[in-house]
Design a binder for this molecule. Structure first.
Ligand code: NAD
Length: 381
């Protein structure tokens, strides 16, 4: 494709996708003509580790509909640093013990839980009981039972719940969804997704501790492979078989290292996914009746890129610096205007049902586990 054609294609994609799938739900004019002028959602981050400090807080400096209003940390030395860096007043700073007092703080509208996986349930429930909307990092929780308790707590307290699935609002992901919806290459037949990295001394130790992480690669990167398999197939799986491989048992003593799984989806698509803490994987391939589409990389922090069998590049030149900016603005709009929640709690629960089915299949020697998900967690765009 020559330069001009590629540019035209990219711009067309940007207009088509962002114009319809995302921005129809997220009008840019909100705040200017909605009657709720300048209302921005005040977000408090709980857990100021790598993801909060490296991605979420910087992304919140660029959001239009929400901002970093407060912090909750168990490390007193971080308080002053964050207050100075992000202009956070002392009264919006909490620790894990006095966190529940946040209920009385009108400056905080939503809590974003960014803690080790097994702590998600406790803090999501406390946030909901404090009457605050909740964004929870992936995985929503470490068991289906915990997902249910979180979802019910949010319902009972009348607050919204979103999962930190940043790829659901990424334009490249949504271009894949558009190709499927519009049957550009016919029906999907096969989907393949990889999500993994090689764990080294740099990873925080809780990721290798089942009590805190709930599992290994599957709980961490595997939920991305599950997510992309589902949006690549355009449907939920109806059965799944899985296998676990361990090549470094001395290192991965407590959690899974590498897992493959094969799925059949409700629309007769078949699929294969791979996740690992000991191999890199960052790719989604969707094979249609008359062509294919690939994102490679498909879920890293960007830039995401891809192409189709027509030789067209899937690339959006006008993206914000952070995927998390689009993700958090979309959630803020959901709260403020009732627009689509692109990653609701039900989606997070569905993925943990699949995670539990994968572990069950492995335990039972790769047996096919039936799934009865219906349309659970599928969000129409
Ligand atoms: P991290 O280890 O860098 O940070 C964890 C934070 O939790 C730290 O501030 C730590 O002090 C705090 N903490 C509180 N109690 C703890 C305990 N008992 N043990 C260990 N830490 C404790 O982790 P992270 O990478 O920021 O991940 C946090 C969450 O965010 C996880 O659920 C992870 O899956 C998720 N995450 C999501 C993405 C994404 O792309 N959506 C990326 C990275 C992390």
């Amino acid at each position: 494709m020559d330069k001009m054609n590629r540019r035209t294609f990219n711009v067309k994609l940007t207009q088509t996708l962002i114009g319809t799938a995302l921005l129809s739900n997220m009008p840019l004019s909100y705040g200017l003509n909605s009657g709720k002028q300048n209302k921005k959602l005040g977000i408090a981050l709980v857990g100021l580790g790598g993801y909060s400090s490296g991605l979420l807080a910087p992304a919140l400096l660029k959001t239009e509909h929400c901002y970093l209003a407060g912090i909750v940390t168990g490390t007193p030395s971080k308080e002053k640093e964050w207050m100075d860096k992000y202009n956070i007043p002392k009264e919006n700073v909490y620790n894990y013990e006095n966190f529940d007092a946040i209920a009385k703080n009108d400056a905080i509208d939503a809590i974003y839980v960014v803690l080790p996986n097994s702590m998600h349930a406790e803090f999501c429930i406390r946030a909901a009981k404090a009457g605050k909307h909740v964004i929870c990092e992936k995985p929503l929780a470490v068991s289906v039972a915990e997902c249910d308790v979180i979802i019910n707590a949010c319902k009972e307290n009348g607050v919204k719940l979103g999962v930190g699935y940043r790829m659901q609002t990424d334009p490249h992901t949504n271009e894949i969804k558009r190709l499927i919806k519009e049957k550009t290459f016919g029906e999907v037949k096969y989907v393949n997704s990889d999500a993994g990295f090689i764990a080294g001394s740099w990873i925080t130790p809780w990721r290798l501790d089942k009590k805190l992480a709930g599992g290994g690669a599957l709980m961490d990167m595997g939920v991305y492979a599950i997510q992309s398999s589902i949006y690549g197939a355009g449907a939920n799986p109806v059965s799944i078989s899985a296998q676990e491989f361990s090549t470094k048992p001395d290192y991965f003593k407590d959690v899974d290292e590498s897992i493959t799984a094969q799925m059949k989806f409700s629309n007769n698509v078949v699929g294969n996914m791979f996740t690992s803490y000991n191999a890199n994987g960052n790719r989604l391939v969707v094979s249609f009746e008359r062509g294919w589409a690939e994102l490679n990389p498909c879920h890293s922090y960007g830039p995401i890129s891809g192409c189709t069998s027509k030789g067209e590049e899937i690339k959006f030149p006008y993206q914000p610096q952070y995927q998390q900016t689009i993700q958090m603005d979309a959630f803020a709009k959901h709260v403020l205007t009732g627009s689509t929640n692109f990653a609701p709690g039900e989606m997070g629960k569905r993925d943990i049902i699949i995670v539990e089915a994968i572990y069950k299949s492995i335990k039972e020697g790769g047996k096919s586990i039936p799934l009865d998900l219906g349309d659970m967690g599928l969000v129409k765009v």
